[in-house]
Design a protein around this ligand. Structure first.
Ligand code: ACO
Length: 434
């Protein structure tokens, strides 16, 4: 393949000598893409790209990542700026509508979200059906999927207003659903949302308040919660977002699509990693054991990997991890917590970043490396870590889903394959086999 000056690639079939011109499409920033949409029709070949490491699956205006430089932008704004200066619902507005809201727009949006936070009372029956020890992510998958059986008036995906109502409902109700999943798992009564509280404050209230006493919001925790939500709001075409888009490409209703995204996020290679980081740090136990674990992570015959290290896109420090590390120190300092796991994490990061194996492969801490420690300090049990991620990512999922529906070039997602199974053969009756 060679690049032509005309902004296209020429693909040459070495057997026939025939040339095929492939157009190149340019985005606003970042690498251009080779448009292979006509490739099969013209060459009789598919592309082969397991894990989609070289494949752009859609056009998007929401989020841009420069993995080499460690840059993350939402609608052009740096994640560090948003984490420092913005509010989660402002970021939600930005992702949904493309611009930061005016004061009036923000007030209306906040109010619209706040007044959709209650759940249909009958949904409580769903919780009662789960085993007492169910993982909250299992409950999330079930209850979010069940929303489509309650909110029929917002499942017509061809109606922009119905789509918007579904998106608002999910952003609004996710904290309620998540907190109820936790309360159910510890046998405490559910708390109804409080409209006088901000999004982050209300979530903390629903998680940690009990009817027997007053609950006071700690502003340090509310600020950290808001920041954690912002850092997880969207991240381009990752596994769960691609799952949401793929599910939605068939015309499935938005609640079902988000339930699919939650299922994908649950895996330890994706959203489940922060839970795995804490387990790993507990297993390491003492800084003297770090070299042994680093050695295990480098051993190709050992399946162990350093959890919270490495990223498909970032080949530099994940900018979200930097913000979280600073927040982590702030929260622990303010709460007067001296968590040995934080010290262990800092030592582990230092050792790994000096190690040739990690340096050569550009393996840096990702967002999950410090998020587990901060969430633990805030009082969240490990089983809720991925749930918090799902709650915040719902904004990105619905914004990406809506962008896909509005895209005139959108088609049902249907990858092809390199078939390596048997060629056609005749059926053999049982009495004639082997
Ligand atoms: N520990 C040890 N080695 C690693 C690690 C790690 N955490 N991550 C990558 N590597 C090695 C691989 O073994 C591979 O080595 P090789 O070239 O000698 O074969 C090389 O680095 C490249 O890694 P890949 O697996 O090809 O990278 P990929 O992009 O497929 O994987 C992933 C990215 C899944 C995140 C991986 O780095 C990983 O498993 N990390 C730990 C889990 C984790 O923290 N996940 C959270 C991701 S962030 C998020 O979802 C919010």
């Amino acid at each position: 393949m060679s690049k032509s000056n005309a902004g296209s690639y020429t693909l040459t079939d070495n057997q026939t000598g025939q040339n095929f011109e492939l157009p190149v499409l340019h985005g606003s920033i970042g690498p251009s893409v080779i448009d292979v949409r006509r490739l099969y029709a013209e060459t009789d070949h598919f592309t082969y790209d397991p894990g989609y490491t070289s494949t752009g699956s859609c056009e998007s205006k929401l989020t841009y990542i420069d993995g080499d430089e460690g840059i993350l932008l939402h609608r052009g704004y740096r994640i560090e700026d948003l984490a420092e200066n913005s509010d989660f619902l402002e970021v939600a507005y930005l992702l949904l509508y493309g611009e930061l809201p005016t004061e009036a727009e923000q007030t209306k949006f906040d109010s619209d979200i706040t007044y959709h936070t209650m759940l249909h009372e009958q949904l409580i029956n769903f919780y009662r059906g789960f085993r007492r020890d169910a993982h909250p992510m299992a409950i999330m998958c079930g209850v979010v999927g069940a929303l489509s059986s309650f909110y029929h008036d917002s499942t017509d995906i061809t109606d922009p207003h119905a789509r918007m109502v579904a998106m608002y409902r999910m952003i609004a109700k996710m904290p309620t659903i998540a907190a109820m999943a936790y309360k159910y798992s510890i046998g405490q009564p559910f708390n109804y949302p409080q409209n006088n509280l901000s999004y982050a404050e209300n979530f903390l209230y629903m998680m940690f308040a009990v009817p027997a006493e007053d609950y006071e919001i700690n502003p340090v925790l509310a600020k950290a919660m808001n920041r954690i939500f912002i850092l997880h709001a969207d991240h381009e075409q990752n596994a769960s977002t691609s799952t949401v888009r793929l599910a939605g490409s068939s015309g499935a209703n938005p609640f079902a699509c988000i339930a699919a995204g939650i299922a994908s996020l649950w895996g330890p290679a994706h959203g489940g990693a922060n839970e795995a980081v804490l387990q790993m740090l507990n297993e390491i136990g003492h800084k003297d054991n770090i070299p042994e674990f680093v050695k295990k992570a480098k051993d190709k015959d050992d399946p162990f990997r350093l959890m919270g290290f490495g990223h498909r896109v970032y080949k530099n420090y994940d900018p979200r991890a930097k913000v979280l590390q600073a927040s982590c120190e702030e929260v622990l300092g303010d709460l007067g917590i001296n968590d040995p796991l934080l010290e262990l994490a800092v030592d582990l990061e230092k050792l790994a970043r000096e190690d040739e194996y990690f340096v050569e492969r550009n393996l840096y801490p990702n967002v999950d490396f410090y998020s587990g420690i901060i969430l633990k300090a805030m009082g969240f049990p490990t089983s809720m870590f991925t749930v918090l991620f799902a709650l915040a990512r719902t904004v990105g999922w619905v914004a990406q889903w809506n962008e896909m529906i509005e895209d005139p070039s959108q088609k049902i997602g249907r990858p092809r394959q390199l078939y390596t199974g048997p060629a056609e053969r005749p059926y053999v009756g049982l009495n004639k086999r082997g």
